[in-house]
Design a protein around this ligand. Structure first.
Ligand SMILES: *Cc1c(COP(=O)(O)O)cnc(C)c1O
Length: 377
């Protein structure tokens, strides 16, 4: 949200064009809230949510570990001061030569979701720890991650058995319940699957030790979301229910929940118009859209809070669109967005909750629009 530090920065620096401003104090507080809510879990920050070096350096200093998806992200975490034992290569889709490079850099913890990937790791990262990702249905998530990652629990048993056979350390099971997950029971269902995999392999003498419970922790957009504490309690209850007094090591991988509410995008109204004299909805065009970093408005999945200088005035429903010459660059049209009738071309609009999944989704120069600038303060 727009903290006083962010408002002061915008008022004094008056940056030109759309930009993201991230308040590190909020990231700091989020990290501490996760630690407090889930004191027995290691925190692996999902670097893809926002890889700004200032954020990574802060999290290194606080003791965080890092979930990465590519060699470039591994190098960003290393450059920020993280040691290799604090970095996982959590993408289930890796080129063998990237695994080899990661191994050279000291990375010993890898995600897999099939036998083919296990074989790559056994060849070029011998002896490493692997965890197998299981599918979840993503129900209850506003940004579900679908069937692209993970396998069914029965297949995870085969995958980890194969890893053990090839001399890898069959370390555990991972899942991701879907991003912006507001249904606290989602972890219970996934942990029940994880327990099944643990049990089947234990019967064969392969003892898994770790459950990676992924991300999914939300940012508050227009609706309230449960607190980190509520997530911690629900997850602890589910772990106790399924694992009893044989608690595994656990990892969480917050991305959105770590940085989403720490950032605000400043934008400007470029145009307000109608499509016909009797058009009910006005079209409000901002200087940022889908290609400038707001990709999560795809299918209107994420609905950001907008703050204008005229919010006290009467409001009417609007279509909100970006500035590029691509018809996909419409943010909200199926569900119209109420904005003040007095809103005027040139007004500044703050887009809140934009600390995660924005800068890295911004195109390099589509239509000649510069990539989203970021200031981390
Ligand atoms: C993207 C991702 C995360 C972060 O998810 P959030 O919903 O942003 O917390 C965590 N783990 C993995 C493997 C991911 O791909």
């Amino acid at each position: 949200m727009a903290t006083q530090r962010i408002m002061d920065f915008l008022a004094t620096r008056r940056p030109e064009g759309p930009c993201l401003v991230v308040d590190l104090d909020v990231v700091h507080d989020n990290y501490q809230a996760f630690r407090k809510a889930m004191p027995n879990s290691r925190v692996f920050y999902a670097v893809k949510a926002n890889p700004a070096p200032e954020i990574l350096r802060l999290l290194v200093s606080l003791g965080s570990s890092f979930d990465t998806a590519s060699v470039a992200e591994i190098e960003m975490a290393l450059d920020a001061g993280a040691t290799p034992d604090r970095i996982s290569y959590g993408n289930t889709i890796k080129k063998e030569r990237d695994v080899a490079r990661a191994y050279e850099l000291g990375i010993r913890l890898y995600a897999v979701d099939c036998i083919e990937e296990v074989e790559k790791i056994a060849r070029v990262a011998p002896g490493s720890q692997v965890f197998c990702r299981v599918l979840t249905d993503g129900a209850g998530a506003e940004w579900p991650l679908s069937r692209k990652f993970g396998c069914v629990p029965a297949m995870a048993v085969d995958v980890l058995r194969h890893a053990n056979l090839l001399g890898l350390d069959a370390y555990g099971v991972s899942f991701h319940v879907g991003s912006q997950q507001t249904d606290l029971s989602a972890w219970d269902r996934a942990l029940s699957d994880a327990r099944m995999v643990f049990g089947k392999l234990a019967a064969e003498g392969i003892n898994l030790r770790m459950v990676n419970m992924g991300g999914g922790f939300p940012t508050r957009y227009l609706r309230d979301v449960p607190t980190a504490q509520a997530y911690g309690e629900a997850i602890f209850d589910a772990l106790s229910k399924h694992f009893g007094n044989r608690m595994p090591e656990t990892i969480i991988e917050p991305g959105r929940g770590m940085v989403g509410n720490a950032g605000v995008i400043k934008s400007e109204v470029v145009l307000i118009s109608r499509k016909s004299d009797n058009d009910e909805a006005r079209w409000v065009y901002l200087d940022i859209g889908k290609f400038g970093g707001l990709a999560e408005t795809m299918d209107e999945a994420i609905r950001y809070p907008l703050v204008t200088p005229r919010d006290g005035d009467e409001k009417a429903p609007c279509v909100i669109a970006g500035p590029t010459c691509d018809s996909a660059d419409v943010l909200y049209e199926k569900n119209l967005y109420p904005l003040p009738i007095s809103l005027t071309i040139g007004d500044e609009v703050l887009i809140e909750g934009t600390g995660a999944y924005t800068t890295t989704y911004s195109a390099v120069a589509f239509n000649g629009f510069e990539p989203l600038k970021a200031y981390v303060i």
